[in-house]
Design a protein around this ligand. Structure first.
Ligand code: KG4
Ligand code: ZN
Length: 334
């Protein structure tokens, strides 16, 4: 069985062909990020328009790279992100998926974007041992999830304010480092001292919820007070405070739950300090560390196709009347 995945929830237009052994035959990702850069964040209207012009060519390339006829591809189903995300962006992918499904006579299934991210580690390690404790950190979401198996997930904690990536982007903007901020701060942090700036570690309680908005404010205050501090030192201090909070919560999660693996997912999973910390933590607890490659951490359609295979098997296809759900929570995925 081969499935075409389509992802358009934010600024990436992506399509991928994956089979039911989770082998990725193609994965194409086109980002409209260059259009958003001058605005310091994703502009929904621009993202939606970019998807309209890009979706057709991206799907065509994904089919061709998988060795399929783009006019009449031998695929068995289509999976598409139907939420959460920007409504205008989601609707482009969803409408395209419905149109392809109708014209090719194949079923389609709506997939939760966050559940998609949870399938990313599996695409690189289809035989991984369960249960897995996963930290899902992106520009829009930050959750700690206990996964009993594919599609079996329980949210143990989540951010009460900003997402981790959002905090990176806001601090980078304050420091004049451009958008997106994560990669820039990560790079700069390697040349700085993490003890240069005294920053609070948020959420030191026993629950697994997260918070980043206080930290962002603390960076602004500290740099206003200490104007001569080097940018690299601010980056290193901020990065350390984020990592310390995340790793502290993962440690609490590992103490409370008997798992076989510790996984990272989402764009912030590319962060070098976080990856190093997760590797160390997994070694300390004697569990496997699952650190997907950069291409699997950030938004892509292979993870949507993988989640779609599972959802099709579990609940069957979606109706052609399916609507986009911009605020669809992971906890509400049946
Ligand atoms: O998953 P993703 O590609 O898109 C969303 O669904 O949000 O994540 C993008 C986020 C951005 O906020 C970006 O700044 C952050 O991931 N990011 C990083 C790094 N690379 C990307 N954050 C910290 N360190 C990085 N190396
Ligand atoms: Zn994402």
């Amino acid at each position: 069985m081969k499935i075409l995945g389509i992802e358009t929830s934010c600024d990436e237009t992506a399509a991928s062909v994956v089979d039911n052994a989770l082998h990725v035959h193609s994965s194409i990702v086109e980002s409209s990020i260059d259009q958003h850069r001058p605005f310091g964040g994703v502009v929904p209207e621009l993202a939606g328009r970019a998807h309209v012009t890009t979706i057709g060519p991206v799907v065509r390339r994904a089919l061709e790279e998988a060795g399929l006829d783009p006019h009449r591809p031998a695929i068995d189903a289509i999976a598409v992100t139907s939420g959460p995300g920007l409504i205008g962006s989601l609707l482009v992918g969803l409408s395209a998926a419905k149109a392809y499904a109708l014209s090719w006579g194949v079923p389609f299934v709506g997939v939760n974007h966050l559940e998609g991210h949870l399938f990313a580690p599996l695409l690189e390690r289809p035989d991984l041992a369960w249960p897995v404790l996963t930290l899902l950190v992106s520009g829009g979401h930050s959750l700690i999830v206990l996964q009993g198996g594919p599609g079996d997930h329980r949210v143990l904690g989540e951010t009460i304010d900003d997402a981790a990536g959002e905090a990176y982007d806001k601090v980078a903007r304050w420091l004049g480092l451009g958008y997106p901020g994560g990669p820039a701060i990560d790079r700069l942090a390697r040349e700085g001292s993490s003890s240069a700036l005294k920053l609070p570690v948020s959420m030191t309680g026993n629950d697994l919820d997260l918070s980043f908005s206080g930290l962002k404010t603390a960076v602004v205050r500290a740099t206003e007070k200490q104007r001569d501090v080097a940018l690299a030192d601010v980056a290193a201090s901020f990065q350390e405070a984020v990592a310390e909070q995340l790793l502290r919560k993962l440690r609490a999660g590992l103490v409370a739950n008997d798992v076989a693996g510790l996984a990272l997912a989402g764009g912030v999973a590319a962060n070098s300090r976080l990856r190093e910390g997760v590797r160390e933590l997994a070694a300390e607890f004697g569990v496997e560390a699952h650190l997907p490659t950069m291409a699997m951490c950030t938004d892509n359609a292979a993870m949507i196709a993988a989640a779609g295979i599972y959802r099709l098997e579990q609940s069957g296809p979606s109706s052609l009347t399916l609507s986009a759900r911009p605020n669809w929570q992971l906890a509400d995925v049946a």
